[in-house]
Design a protein around this ligand. Structure first.
Ligand code: EPU
Length: 415
């Protein structure tokens, strides 16, 4: 599939943010835990959530999608082996391991796939799950996790991994005794997972700080839950408005979750006006160059690095971006060069020299956020761009083409 974008239109108008991809995925996994019925609202209709729900159905859950809500009944679920083919399609399928172990004391899976943005090992997941009393063996490419019971323990993460923090939380909710996670990831999506688990009757505290405590409980209950807004989608739409010199408003936003993004946009010259659950951006006449270094939350998010990189191709002066989280997240730079961007890379540093003009060309997407970056630059380029392999973008952005058209962009999805 392809997007065709005719650049040059200023993004203007008002749009509603979608639910968060990275909050939905662990929360969908958590629906396995209680063996009950869960109703989820605001799950984005994107390929990553579709694949996760498909895995749940294969494992024996009943999944009903109705009027924007998703009802997941995991009472008759019995299977604990995640199909190899689906595991490969999605990095976050690893999160299902924690939930399966939590409920069934067993999980079988292969190494996860996902966007090729770096080596993405799972050693932190394995090491910490073992400390909860789970035996983990590898056989013919499969990882087999088994135990009689999960026993709470004090865990220390070598790095505040988002996925490992979530996996431990899921495995520990029904464990015997208390689990603590030191050096836990502090991302807002972890708070959303804690809120969801506690709504189900779990006893989790500390999410949003680097010390999370999980007191094991015996049972969980039926609940409904509204997923938080997608802060990366919001940031993407803000950068897209910025590069086109536009003025847009996004509704349904948690402003406190995006301060590292908005403060960088202000440094680049944007006027930002925040209100209750909404944000307005007015682009400057000329974007200013900035320096960006990605870090775990509350640092600048790696998921926004590429979109900022694209936005800065037309800035005044030279911008420097340091990518500290994933070693392979600069592939989009080669595509931006085709548009006339003056970019180069030395290891984990990208150097972006602002240019006055980008011109539309054909480009290829190689990962989700790199794809969003390519679209960002194409929106500002003179003439038409053809963007191939947009399946990567559809993994994580809900109705991006529709939203951009609503904001006055010329973009078409070609199947
Ligand atoms: N890491 C290890 N060993 C592990 C786990 C992680 O070395 O066992 C390393 C990774 O290789 C990476 C760093 O730790 O260098 C951070 O990885 P983390 O585990 O925090 O990332 P993740 O859980 O795989 C989530 C998001 C990513 C986002 C990162 C960082 C989901 C489903 N994915 O991934 O989102 O970039 O946290 O914030 O929540 C995206 O949405 O495009 C995306 C890639």
């Amino acid at each position: 599939m392809q997007y065709i974008i005719k650049g040059g239109n200023k993004l203007e108008g008002e749009i509603m943010a979608s639910g968060s991809k990275n909050a939905s995925l662990p929360i969908i996994a958590a629906c396995i835990l209680g063996g009950k019925t869960t109703t989820l609202y605001n799950v984005p209709n994107i390929n990553d959530t579709k694949i996760t729900l498909e895995i749940l159905e294969i494992l024996g859950c009943k999944v009903v999608r109705k009027n924007g809500k998703i009802i997941i009944d995991s009472s008759n679920m019995k299977k604990t082996e995640i199909p190899n083919e689906l595991m490969h399609k999605l990095r976050s399928s690893i999160i299902l391991a924690g939930a399966l172990i939590g409920r069934f004391k067993k999980a079988v899976f292969s190494y996860p796939g996902g966007c090729d943005i770096g080596a993405r090992p799972i050693d932190l997941h394995i090491k910490t799950l073992q400390k909860l009393g789970i035996n983990i063996d590898e056989d013919a490419g499969y990882i087999i996790c088994k135990c009689d019971k999960v026993v709470g323990a004090d865990l220390q993460l070598d790095f505040p991994s988002v996925g490992a923090t979530e996996n431990i939380m899921l495995a520990a909710v029904l464990a015997e005794g208390e689990t603590t996670i030191s050096n836990a990831a502090m991302e807002p999506e972890i708070i959303d997972l804690q809120n969801f688990l506690n709504r189900m009757g779990a006893k989790v505290a500390g999410a949003g700080t680097n010390l999370i405590k999980i007191q094991g409980v015996k049972n969980l209950k039926n609940v409904s839950y509204n997923i938080m807004p997608d802060r990366i989608e919001v940031g993407t739409l803000l950068c897209m408005t910025m590069i086109t010199g536009g003025h847009s408003k996004i509704l349904g936003v948690n402003n406190e979750d995006i301060t590292s993004i908005t403060s960088k946009l202000e440094e680049a010259g944007a006027k930002i006006v925040t209100g209750k659950n909404q944000i307005e951006i007015i682009a400057p006449k000329k974007i200013k160059s900035v320096e960006i270094k990605t870090y775990p939350y509350p640092g600048f998010p790696t998921d926004m690095q590429s979109v900022f990189g694209a936005m800065l191709t037309v800035a005044k002066g030279t911008s420097i971006i340091v990518e500290n989280i994933f070693e392979n997240r600069f592939k989009y730079l080669n595509e931006l060069k085709k548009l006339g961007a003056k970019v180069s890379q030395e290891g984990k540093v990208a150097i972006i020299k602002g240019t006055k003009k980008l011109h539309g060309v054909e480009m290829n997407v190689t990962d989700l956020r790199g794809g969003a970056a390519i679209c960002t630059a194409a929106l500002a380029a003179n003439g038409e761009s053809k963007i191939n392999n947009i399946e990567y973008i559809l993994r994580g952005y809900e109705n991006l083409d529709k939203k951009l058209r609503a904001l006055n962009a010329q973009i078409e999805l070609v199947r």
